[in-house]
Design a protein around this ligand. Structure first.
Ligand SMILES: [Zn+2]
Length: 161
């Protein structure tokens, strides 16, 4: 939490100082709640909708939550191994949302310069994707995505374990 401005030494117990304190504490609590809520939502979704795959392979504690930032919903990510990630967010207004849950598999591109995001709609989707990745050693084929989202949309440096 960065302070918006510093008060003079003789005003450190002024109403404004107390007010800034209260706001900072509230913001911190809100972020913490969003972070924890995002982790719980992700773990719940995977447990319910991906019971025999992700629900079995992933511990609840492997999700890392992030508060809402810059207009985005709170989200959570889980590292799967070999550079692959899961991303979960709760949203009600995208075509990818599954009853409020949007889950995506993020796979490093074969070219090594970025990642390809695949939105998962079901456990079948995931199984199919993993089967496709099997011969490539867990790398997405560069430029093969039919939605036209090339790996450059997520530079490799944006995601580091
Ligand atoms: Zn690529």
């Amino acid at each position: 939490m960065t302070e918006t401005f510093a008060l003079p030494d003789n005003e450190l117990d002024s109403p404004l100082a107390l007010l800034l304190d209260i706001v900072a504490t509230t913001t911190r609590r809100t972020r913490e709640e969003e972070r924890e809520g995002a982790e719980t939502a992700a773990a719940d979704h995977v447990y319910r909708a991906y019971t025999s795959t992700l629900g079995a392979a992933l511990e609840d504690t492997q999700w890392t939550g992030y508060p809402a930032l810059g207009g985005t919903e709170p989200s959570a990510v889980a590292y799967l191994g070999a550079g692959l990630w899961l991303h979960h967010t709760t949203t009600y207004d995208t075509e990818y949302s599954d009853g409020g849950d949007a889950l995506a598999l993020i796979v490093p591109c074969a070219c090594g310069r970025g990642y390809i995001t695949s939105h998962l709609e079901s456990e079948d989707d995931l199984v199919e994707l993993l089967a496709e990745l099997h011969p490539t050693g867990g790398r997405a084929e560069h430029g093969s995505d039919t939605r036209g989202r090339y790996c450059a949309s997520i530079p490799a440096r944006a995601i580091t374990p």
